[in-house]
Design a binder for this molecule. Structure first.
Ligand code: MN
Length: 509
């Protein structure tokens, strides 16, 4: 949550103009930080850390930022000319995200009164260029935001970076639990978990389903019935589902029990996300007298846990689980929602050709256009072919972004596609939650580019995140990003992939 973090603000200055100037610089900085914090547009509080006037001071601040768990990132601003050699050692050590804010205390030039004293206090025009030079030369990963500090559009760009920086901090101690392994033989959802921890921060652990079953056994009837009652309050459903003598009720009851077991083990282990595998649900034989297992895929549980902020990836897809948690974290408080999705089936329909997005069960209700409907239907996949509870809905119409991270062997590649969700239709014979989208720039080009980039059939979708979030994320993580948008053409996209291949072979910073 954003209130667990803060962003540090460091003002670059020097003592050339005398102590009085630095005192004024300090006062201006406080006023600006207060103004930003009081703007109501920033999700994370900015904490002013004073002026830095020497290499020693810069290094001390950066070291402190590294070791303070609350500090999710550092904003630097050169109020006056701040000779950049003094930033070298500090920037070499900084491990937190950096935003270089090119702003100025004063807004418009006071043409008639401007004198040298004014100039000495409004020197970011050249101070920030000096700082920019050293960050470029050091290959410091950073975001540069240009704009007056009172301007709302400028504040919104800082807010985007704050959300990404806080989500990045959240990912650095993230644990993803895998219940069951990868779906057999699947390549795109697999990858190097060691490299992921080195590059992206999060840790992925295997958790035997037998361990999960210990939690399942301990779930009480009382808690389960309370959760079932909550389902019936929250979701539309057929009245007969509430009849405890029916198999439908039993399936809803067992789904609630699965949700309580999953939440309990995730809480106990401190995990922020998880994966499941439909072939690994406890004791294989449901007729075994010692049977302990889920009687159905815990799809309803996954849907609801996603909405609560747990990252989720189906069939062992730990990269999607981790990325979805990050997407959810970045989107906190934003209106339209996010979900794990899968390219399900193609709809060739001329200019309206589109891709149905769904999963056998696991789509997050945060993207629902209407009140989700709790339904129980037969599901003939996996080890437990059975009646299975699930939430059914279609997604809101509107623009959004689909994102995925794939492991290219020598690097992680983030692929982001602008997509437009259009109105979906009911699927009476395939009752699952779904979205229907047309990728940018058009169905054929968007899908071809995604395939050329090696993108997954799974993606993390969000209505609220803009491309700027992903640019900031890729910059902080130091990974490749390929965006497919309204301007994408296949020849140019192929060239970009080729150039990136060379770049990432020659130079990994
Ligand atoms: Mn899948």
């Amino acid at each position: 949550m954003f209130n667990e973090y803060e962003i540090w603000w460091v003002t670059g200055a020097q003592l050339l103009y005398g102590g009085d100037a630095v005192v004024k610089v300090d006062a201006h900085s406080r006023e600006m930080v207060d103004g930003l914090n009081n703007s109501g547009r920033l999700p994370v509080k900015i904490v002013y850390k004073g002026t830095a006037n020497s290499s020693r001071e810069v290094t001390e601040i950066m070291r402190a930022a590294n070791s303070d768990a609350r500090c999710a990132g550092v904003i630097t601003w050169m109020h006056t000319f701040s000779p950049a050699k003094m930033w070298i050692h500090g920037l070499q050590q900084l491990k937190k995200p950096l935003l270089h804010f090119h702003t100025q205390y004063n807004a418009e030039i006071p043409w008639d009164t401007m004198d040298m004293d004014f100039m000495n206090l409004n020197q970011s025009a050249h101070g920030d260029r000096e700082f920019g030079h050293i960050t470029a030369r050091l290959h410091t990963r950073r975001k540069v935001v240009v704009g007056h500090w009172t301007d709302t559009a400028t504040q919104d760009r800082i807010a985007v970076w704050q959300r990404v920086a806080a989500a990045w901090a959240d990912a650095q101690d993230m644990l993803i639990l895998r219940f069951g392994d990868q779906m057999n033989n699947v390549a795109v959802t697999d990858g190097d978990k060691v490299e992921a921890e080195m590059q992206l921060g999060y840790h992925v652990d295997y958790c035997p389903v037998s361990k999960l079953m210990e939690y399942y056994k301990k779930v009480t009837d009382e808690d389960t019935k309370a959760l079932v009652a909550e389902y019936f309050r929250l979701y539309a459903h057929a009245p007969e589902l509430e009849d405890p003598s029916t198999e439908g009720y039993l399936k809803v009851y067992n789904s609630a029990k699965a949700e309580l077991a999953l939440r309990a083990i995730l809480t106990d282990k401190g995990a922020k996300g998880f994966t499941t595998n439909f072939d690994d649900l406890g004791t294989a034989d449901i007729n075994d007298p010692k049977f302990v297992g889920f009687d159905q895929i815990p799809g309803l549980a996954s849907q609801r846990l996603m909405a609560e902020g747990y990252g989720f990836g189906a069939e062992g897809d730990w990269k999607s689980a981790a990325l979805l948690r990050t997407v959810w974290f970045m989107s906190q408080g934003l209106p339209k929602g996010c979900s794990f999705l899968e390219d399900y089936t193609l709809n060739f329909d001329g200019a309206n050709s589109s891709i149905l997005q769904a999963h056998m069960l696991e789509v997050c209700p945060l993207i629902a256009a209407e009140r989700p409907r709790l339904e129980v239907h037969f599901l003939g996949i996996g080890i437990r072919k059975s009646l299975t509870a699930r939430l059914v809905f279609t997604s809101k119409p509107g623009a959004g972004l689909a994102a995925t991270i794939v492991d290219m062997g020598n690097r992680f590649r983030l692929i982001v596609n602008d997509v437009n969700c259009i109105e979906s239709k009911p699927l009476p014979k395939l009752p699952v939650a779904s979205a229907l989208w047309i990728p940018e720039p058009d169905f054929a080009t968007g899908a071809a580019a995604w395939i050329l980039a090696g993108g997954t059939h799974h993606s993390c979708f969000s209505y609220d995140l803009t491309p700027e979030y992903w640019e900031d994320y890729a910059e902080i993580a130091g990974i490749e990003m390929l965006r497919i948008d309204k301007d994408t053409t296949i020849p140019a996209f192929k060239d970009r992939i080729r150039w990136n291949e060379v770049y990432y072979h020659l130079f990994k910073y």
